[in-house]
Design a protein around this ligand. Structure first.
Ligand SMILES: [Zn+2]
Ligand SMILES: [Zn+2]
Length: 361
């Protein structure tokens, strides 16, 4: 009876979400009970198709199916009250799919870690990994929580539905109440022989490393969210998410201002006064900067598109070079004489010879 869900949809296990969706649409139309009245075989086939799609279209359940096969996804299968026509109508333009009323599958905890990147890793992106202490599927029992060679069975109290429905009389008439089954906590399953490795939890705590691809352009204080990379829920439950809080180290001379980078470039006053052509290196390119004669401190060169890549993929910010003109503080006696002569020629009054008290280290 257990059949490969991908085969059911005429696919192989490397099918993309898009291919899964297309295959389902096509087959569901073909076998829908409305188009095949009084054909029990078609109805049966339709159920299989819908059931396969229900699992493969849900990233969480698909992941569990890919990992554990039928056992992994079975507790999430629609119970006896599962209604495939609901799924069908929602797919073909009906209302949003409502939450399943089937058994409750536990979602694992979300995890949080901090990751420190250096300045350039944040700007250009990087591949790295983080180590987390997390719950992973117990291998011997394949996350079922049942001892090897045994299987979880349907909960005797709720018949595997995970919920208990009761008719109650009230002054308003009969009311149907629905509560989570206390015997199985809503999972619909009972484990007569718990796995010894995990005490029936179906998961174990381990340190694992998770590869992380950091996108270019992230910044200090950003948080990345990796869906389904958190802890696995008990007994083949869903995975929680992993949140990665980024810290970015500062650069010794370049300052980041959003998408722009700022470098305050110091040049001596002679270059500012007489001009100079500079070979300038940004973080990833070589540029020519032509400092004109008479350039003042605060003059800005804006290198368009040489800054930080934008996270939305639309280009890059700018690399801004701000010129700071340095006054020399280490004149030799000879250089001082030249400057004094220069000042005299320009009628610029300066302090009298102070006997070179400057210039000492
Ligand atoms: Zn186990
Ligand atoms: Zn139960």
């Amino acid at each position: 009876m257990p059949q490969d869900l991908y085969e059911t949809l005429g696919l192989t296990s490397d099918a993309t979400p898009d291919e899964i969706k297309r295959a389902y649409r096509k087959l569901a139309r073909q076998y829908h009970p409305d188009t095949n009245p009084d054909d029990p075989e078609a109805a049966e086939r339709f159920k299989e198709i819908a059931s396969a799609y229900e699992i493969l279209s849900d990233p969480n359940r698909k992941a569990r199916y890919d990992q554990f096969g039928e056992a992994g996804s079975s507790s999430g299968m629609p119970g006896p009250f599962g209604d495939f026509t609901d799924l069908f109508s929602s797919f073909f333009g009906g209302t949003q799919r409502t939450a399943s009323t089937g058994p409750n599958v536990e979602r694992g905890e979300d995890l949080e870690v901090e990751l420190t990147l250096d300045f350039e890793e944040a700007i250009f992106g990087t591949e790295t990994e983080v180590t987390v202490r997390t719950a992973v599927a117990c291998e011997p029992c394949e996350a079922t929580g049942a001892a090897v060679g045994t299987k979880p069975v349907s909960c005797s109290r709720c018949d595997g539905i995970g919920q208990i429905r009761e008719m109650r009389r009230s002054i308003l008439g009969q009311m149907l109440t629905q509560t989570i089954c206390p015997n199985c906590n809503g999972s619909g399953l009972e484990i007569p022989n718990p796995c010894k490795e995990c005490n029936g939890e179906g998961r174990e705590i381990k340190n694992i490393s998770i590869p992380i691809e950091v996108q270019a352009g992230v910044a200090d204080g950003n948080t990345l969210r990796l869906s389904d990379r958190g802890a696995i829920g008990r007994r083949g439950g869903y995975y929680g998410d992993l949140y990665i809080h980024l810290q970015v180290e500062e650069h010794p001379i370049i300052e980041r201002q959003g998408d722009h980078l700022l470098h305050r470039l110091h040049i001596p006053m002679t270059q500012a006064a007489l001009g100079v052509d500079l070979e300038y290196e940004t973080l990833d390119s070589r540029e020519k900067i032509s400092v004109q004669p008479g350039t003042q401190s605060g003059h800005v060169f804006r290198l368009k598109g040489k800054g930080v890549p934008r996270l939305n993929g639309r280009g890059r910010g700018d690399f801004v070079v701000e010129i700071i003109v340095d006054t020399p503080t280490d004149l030799t006696p000879e250089q001082e004489d030249i400057l004094r002569e220069y000042a005299e020629k320009r009628n610029e009054g300066v302090s009298s010879n102070q006997k070179r008290t400057w210039g000492r280290r």
